[in-house]
Ligand binder design. Structure first.
Ligand code: C5P
Length: 411
């Protein structure tokens, strides 16, 4: 007996743009799986996509004519790229080549696919696929930042072997079922595992003023905290992020409040209670200057250098961990140069947290590789024990941590 698939995408209109990568051979399977779930799929192919899979095959699985040409007289009269761009509930590009991403980032519109993308008013999800060296190239990385700022959603790429060269690395297109899951998440957010959960987060450093122009800060970039906020939002959470001063963009789909000092951060966090979870990633300054001047301190050759007297800042994590409105789940971070796990276990108790994510910054010579860098090695310290995770990118840590948070919040 075959069990009918749930029509999770019933009557959802998906405009699927296929660009020219070898992964295009997977798109007939993607179309089939989308249609099984009730979606109506309108394919558009770039000329180079047709080198990898024929419009005949794609049209047959979609049961639709495939549009390929910006200047086809019949198509333009009958459909028009503007109409194509507007009629869909979601536009999906799979595979998205480096070239198509570059055009999209820069706003080119010299063929049907790029014209549709520029004219769109509906959400866009792309599934990149390219050689790992092309993915890693700074030009592609710049385009990724621009596209994310523009609200473009990504699924993949994954690590794996490339079909054409046997090379291994980041660049392989996500499997059709992963793309289907991302499409369901984009179109039917109430199905997401963290839908309806409110999560308060902190990220970045704090700046503690010495006088109006000088401050005490630390090396935190906000990359790890912002990546976690993004990952939780992708799982459907209502993420309320309180960010210290950072130079990275706000995560997409996250509500962000910007603050400068630890005291402002605490106030903003408390104002966001109640919540289901708190994830405190900010590198909050432990001390502030007790004698901050409200005028710029002048250098005076006749006087000794000024002395800064310090006073303790509030501990935001500990305040939330012991709050009368304590969220069900409280997660903190601990960067330690020594006795990582002993200190993390102490913090778990002292701060009233359920999980401490401990990262080792003992390599003080290379402290910038964690604080401000793109990779992280973490241990998950909880009342159930200690779990060691291998070295991962901050995005991967964020992905895995957000799944752990989902598990704790939904069990
Ligand atoms: O004690 P330590 O600063 O190492 O603790 C780190 C954890 O506590 C992080 O989760 C950080 O966000 C949080 N913290 C805080 N307020 C402070 C100091 C740290 O929320 N004043």
């Amino acid at each position: 007996m075959t069990v009918a698939l749930e029509k999770t995408l019933a009557d959802k209109k998906i405009l699927l743009i296929i660009s020219g990568g070898i992964a295009a051979y997977k798109t007939p399977d993607l179309i089939r799986r989308l249609r099984e779930r009730g979606a109506i799929v309108q394919p558009v192919m770039t000329p180079s996509a047709q080198e990898f899979v024929t419009a005949l095959t794609v049209g047959a699985v979609a049961a639709k004519p495939v549009y390929t040409d910006l200047f086809s007289r019949e198509d333009e009269q009958d459909v028009g790229h503007i109409r194509l761009a507007r009629e869909a509930d979601l536009i999906v590009v799979a595979p998205a080549t480096a070239d198509l991403m570059a055009k999209l980032a820069q706003g080119f519109a010299n063929d049907l696919a790029s014209a549709i993308l520029l004219a769109r008013k509906v959400p866009l999800l792309i599934a990149p696929a390219m050689n790992p060296a092309m993915w890693a190239n700074p030009a592609t990385q710049r385009n990724i930042v621009l596209l994310k700022q523009d609200g473009v959603q990504f699924v993949g790429p994954e690590i794996g072997e490339m079909a054409e060269s046997g090379e291994s690395g980041l660049g392989r297109m996500s499997e059709p079922l992963s793309i289907v899951a991302a499409i369901e998440a984009a179109l039917v957010p109430e199905n997401l595992p963290l839908a309806g959960k409110r999560i308060i987060m902190t990220s970045g450093p704090t700046h503690e003023p010495i006088d109006p122009v000088r401050y005490i800060a630390n090396r935190s970039s906000g990359k790890q905290g912002h990546a976690i906020a993004q990952a939780l939002a992708k799982l459907g959470a209502d993420v309320q992020l309180v960010s210290g001063p950072v130079t990275i963009p706000n995560p997409v789909g996250v509500h962000v409040t910007h603050v400068e000092t630890a005291r402002e951060m605490l106030q903003a966090v408390e104002a966001k209670l109640p919540a289901d979870a708190a994830v405190m990633v900010a590198a909050v300054a432990d001390w502030r200057t007790a004698n901050a001047s409200d005028q710029k301190i002048k250098k005076n050759p006749d006087e000794a250098a000024p002395t800064l007297s310090m006073t303790e800042n509030p501990d935001i994590l500990a305040t939330i961990g012991h709050h009368h409105q304590r969220p069900q789940l409280v997660v903190g971070f601990a960067a330690e140069t020594n006795d990582l796990l002993v200190n993390a276990e102490r913090k778990l108790i002292k701060k009233g947290a359920d999980i401490i994510v401990a990262n080792d910054v003992s390599d003080v010579e290379n402290i910038g590789s964690v604080m401000g860098g793109d990779h992280n090695i973490v241990h998950i310290v909880s009342h159930e024990g200690i779990e060691e995770w291998p070295e991962m990118s901050k995005e991967q840590v964020a992905g895995r941590l957000s799944l752990l948070i989902t598990e704790k919040l939904t069990k």
